[in-house]
Design a protein around this ligand. Structure first.
Ligand code: MG
Length: 462
């Protein structure tokens, strides 16, 4: 009897294992420390990605992380083993590699970068032929292919060709998309904090060539990130903030490790958070060209308000760059962006481009100081809280929020958690995908009102 039960349990575990989705892909590719994302996993992912992109031409790029060399070699071998031809950009910012996908008419792209994560992390970011990063949902298709890798015949394996001109080509495209004359005429002084990341390879050069006077800190590539942690938070860019004042500069700019995200410092030393970088970009873009903007449900309402004032519509997506790019690919928006300072300029590519965003800022501060532009961004205050919850409770809380919105006939968006839009504020409830809590985030025009709203909703939800 006991043996029988053990047998049934073993069998059911076996079935469970077979049916389990591997779950390697997150919101932005396959990410992990070297003991998880090591050569074995990297090889399998690369082979499956090669099959997913029909064994075509694949662009490969990496950042300066210490494990990048090992993973890069394995990934190129994996791609070639299933018949892909690899175009190797070597070290390149993520936006450069993403820009090159369309330029070189590639079938896909793998970027080896853990973006803003600490140095012991690395990741494989997978991008399709349109330049759209593969989402978690599309990643599941690649995970399925990983279970049945079919290598190419011995005489059909792929090749690898270096392409060292990518950064120059990206720089040329950026220069064509900003008003270089305006920058050259005024020659703004800008302090650049490249954070020892990929921005080091492109930003100082392109901004100098555009006519800005640049002062560079943390400008050499180093995968240990000795200058500062690679996420450009206010605390992490303290040196930049000081330097802007000391140099009497017009602005400061800091990027994350792969240079798709950017934050600013204005001429008075104020840190400009990612949300505001996006809002400013909306302001600048809609002055030139009217159209819809696209952003995630976690972004400040400042962007929507600017768009509204310009007579333009805001389209909301789930949180994560792939969803923004998918929406931007439909072709009816002029700008995309997310709250951490990633801005998509569809005239160049469907990926977040921290270099073009920076160049645009350099152009615009020649018209008015950055602090004056910021005065035109509607002021919002936010508060974030968490409710501890297991899986069951997480679902209940999100459901409660949705029922509340329906019952009170409030405007809401439920594509990713539930966001309730009030007249002067909004509040979103989202279950964490990896940890045991639910995030509650509220934003309003004054801190007082924000506190009032978050307390009200915490009471409703708990
Ligand atoms: Mg990044």
């Amino acid at each position: 009897m006991l043996l029988g039960l053990v047998f049934i349990k073993l069998q059911s575990e076996k079935i469970k294992k077979v049916n389990q989705v591997a779950n390697y892909f997150g919101t932005n590719g396959v990410r992990g420390k070297f003991n998880k994302l090591g050569p074995e996993l990297a090889l399998k992912v690369a082979q499956a990605v090669g099959m997913y992109f029909n064994r075509g031409k694949i662009i490969l790029a990496k950042d300066g992380r210490l494990t990048g060399e090992v993973i890069g070699n394995v990934v190129s071998a994996g791609l070639m083993s299933v018949g892909c031809d690899v175009v190797d950009l070597g070290f390149a910012p993520a936006p450069t590699a993403e820009y090159m996908v369309k330029k070189l008419e590639a079938d896909g792209c793998i970027i080896i970068t853990a973006s803003h994560n600490p140095p012991e992390w690395n990741a494989l970011k997978v991008v399709d032929s349109k330049g759209i990063a593969v989402s978690k949902e599309r990643g599941e298709e690649i995970e399925k292919l990983m279970e049945n890798i079919v290598p190419a015949e011995w005489n059909k394996t792929g090749s690898i060709v270096p392409h060292p001109d990518a950064i120059k080509q990206h720089m040329d495209a950026i220069k064509e998309n900003v008003n270089a004359q305006q920058i050259r005429a005024r020659g703004p002084k800008i302090v650049l904090d490249c954070g020892n990341g990929m921005a080091s390879l492109i930003s100082p050069q392109v901004l100098a060539e555009l006519g800005a006077e640049v002062v560079v800190i943390n400008g050499s590539v180093d995968g240990r990130f000795p200058g500062r942690p690679s996420e450009p938070t206010e605390k992490n860019v303290a040196e930049l903030i000081k330097r802007v004042a000391r140099e009497n500069a017009d602005a400061g700019i800091a990027w994350d490790g792969d240079a798709d995200r950017v934050v600013f410092v204005d001429e008075t030393g104020n840190y400009v958070i990612g949300d505001k970088v996006f809002a400013l970009s909306v302001l600048w873009k809609l002055e030139e060209k009217k159209g819809n903007i696209v952003t995630t449900v976690a972004t400040s309402r400042a962007a929507e308000e600017i768009a509204e004032n310009a007579g333009c519509k805001t389209i909301y997506t789930k949180i994560g760059a792939p969803y923004l790019s998918e929406e931007a690919a439909k072709g009816d928006c002029v700008l995309g962006g997310e709250e951490v300072g990633g801005v998509i300029w569809p005239e160049l590519s469907l990926a977040k481009d921290g270099i073009l965003t920076a160049a645009k800022m350099a152009e615009k501060i020649c018209e008015r100081p950055l602090s004056k532009w910021l005065a035109d961004v509607p002021e919002y205050h936010n508060v974030k809280k968490m409710i501890e919850a297991d899986e069951e409770k997480k679902k209940q809380i999100v459901k409660k929020m949705l029922s509340y919105a329906k019952e009170k006939e409030l405007r809401y968006i439920d594509i990713d958690g539930v966001r309730i839009n009030l007249l002067d504020a909004w509040v979103i409830v989202r279950a964490s995908g990896t940890e045991n809590y639910v995030r509650v985030f509220a934003e309003a025009k004054t801190m007082e009102r924000t506190e009032e709203i978050i307390n009200e909703y915490m009471q409703i939800l708990e």
